[in-house]
Design a protein around this ligand. Structure first.
Ligand code: ATP
Ligand code: MG
Length: 447
């Protein structure tokens, strides 16, 4: 992409309504525009990151054997009356009426609808196990929408639902989700710690929330500091291997880590030596639940089991806050100049800065680098505008591309360009072809 033909409305001023870094930086970098409280347009740069995060979520879900579909945002109230949640949900649910006076709602979540799909088409245990998921906009009329996309009213969520014959099968689905979530967050350059949590309006017995530690997080958390040393890394996983998935769950959840809802000071003190006790704040980026037959029973989602009996299926639901993740990633990756995207989610892989647009040699070298980067399967953002070099650097630092190639007449006389890391600020002088090769090496295995 050439910057002269792109739409990147960066702001010079710091918007006064933004209280935390991620919200401020998303506005300043021209990623989002607020349309009304808690409702945002995704401008081109923000949209690219959002799509990238969706892509990672899709890939990791499908590796775990989970099946994508797409349900609508608007739902019929009748479905929610069947589960009893239409009255139970409260003012967070946006309710409306269509021209035929039918009660409708903008879905805050999809347990009822997915259960309806399941009961309409599945009736034998032979079709199980089955996990269906989608990535779709949700609406919750939050009392206090704030912090930009972190607590929106309209927000993008991946929500997945497992259907299983037995409790054990459902717990395997729970473990599969835990593993796939660990992998998903790590690919985004985040450490998200599974913590024992309470279930809220979705209801359930077993549940973990995934928290990214950050001072600006809305959740209060208590944990054993040893837990921050755990990494899933690039170990192989067979999602059909129950023992292996269970072992990962045990590894990541056996140490004390709880949100304030489930925290017990006495247990904390008994189980964790004082020097390892941490009391901090975190951002909830996901949650997994097992809730058994809470929806399948009232809604008649049953299958015929091997003995010929009709039994309600065991279910769980599993969510990732896709749009909130942008905020969480920026909270964890920024400095006073701007965002620092992890390689896995960056909107463009490299920024090309032409120090002297109009200089024949510089223009030509930039074009060649642009083409070579594209041919290497990477996406460049080429600043081909007439702006001063200082302004170009400031924009690149603000939007946070992890790598920058700087091209100027002086360097070219010596046959070199500069490859700079946004994170460390370190630069290396290299011939243009080698800079592109280095970049390809850096990204190999990270996308
Ligand atoms: P919270 O406690 O933050 O209100 P929740 O527990 O009600 O969230 P879930 O039903 O668990 O939310 O939804 C799954 C995920 O969707 C959450 O883990 C979170 O990352 C994200 N999410 C929930 N509410 C919002 C919101 N208002 N804006 C952005 N993301 C949200
Ligand atoms: Mg939650």
């Amino acid at each position: 992409m050439r910057l002269s033909r792109y739409f990147l409305p960066v702001l010079k001023e710091t918007p006064s309504e933004a209280q935390i870094a991620s919200h401020r930086l998303m506005l300043r970098a021209g990623m989002i525009k607020q349309q009304s409280a808690g409702i945002y347009s995704w401008l081109p740069l923000g949209y690219r990151v959002l799509k990238r995060i969706e892509e990672i979520v899709h890939e990791e879900q499908q590796k775990a054997g989970h099946i994508p579909l797409l349900m609508p945002t608007l739902q019929s109230a009748d479905l929610w009356r069947e589960s009893g949640r239409y009255d139970a949900y409260g003012p967070e649910m946006l309710r409306m009426r269509d021209r035929h006076d039918r009660d409708m709602l903008f879905g805050p979540t999809n347990e009822e609808m997915i259960t309806d799909i399941f009961r309409s088409h599945v009736s034998s245990y032979r079709d199980l196990p089955m996990t269906l998921y989608h990535i779709q906009w949700k609406f919750r009329d939050e009392v206090r929408p704030r912090f930009g996309v972190m607590r929106g009213r309209e927000f993008l969520m991946k929500d997945g639902y497992n259907f299983d014959l037995t409790y054990d099968d459902a717990m395997h689905a729970y473990n599969r989700h835990l593993v796939s979530y660990l992998r998903t967050y790590e690919r985004m350059g985040l450490q998200a710690i599974p913590m024992r949590a309470e279930s809220g309006p979705i209801g359930g017995d077993d549940t973990h929330e995934f928290l990214v530690l950050a001072e600006t997080g809305e959740s209060e958390v208590f944990y054993d500091s040893e837990i921050t040393d755990l990494k899933f890394g690039d170990r192989a996983i067979d999602y059909d291997d129950r023992a292996q998935c269970q072992a990962v769950l045990e590894e990541f959840t056996s140490r004390y880590a709880r949100t304030d809802d489930t925290h017990k000071e006495a247990v904390f003190e008994e189980r964790v030596p004082e020097e390892r006790r941490r009391h901090a704040r975190g951002i909830e980026v996901g949650q997994i639940f097992y809730f058994g037959t809470k929806y399948s029973e009232p809604m008649g989602a049953t299958v015929v089991d091997p003995e010929g009996n009709r039994v309600p299926v065991h279910m769980g639901s599993h969510g990732i806050g896709v749009s909130r993740l942008l905020g969480a990633i920026i909270e964890a990756n920024h400095d006073d100049k701007g965002i620092i995207w992890p390689e896995g989610v960056t909107p463009f892989h490299v920024g090309i800065v032409n120090l002297k647009t109009g200089d024949e040699a510089a223009d030509l070298a930039c074009e060649q680098i642009y083409n070579a980067v594209t041919e290497a399967g990477l996406a460049p953002l080429y600043d081909d505008t007439d702006d001063r070099a200082g302004a170009k650097f400031a924009t690149m630092d603000l939007i946070g591309l992890p790598w920058r190639i700087t091209v100027g007449p002086r360097g070219l006389k010596n046959g070199v360009v500069e490859l700079t890391s946004r994170r460390t600020g370190e630069s290396e002088e290299l011939p243009p072809e080698q800079a592109v090769t280095r970049l390809a090496q850096i990204y190999a295995g990270k996308l």
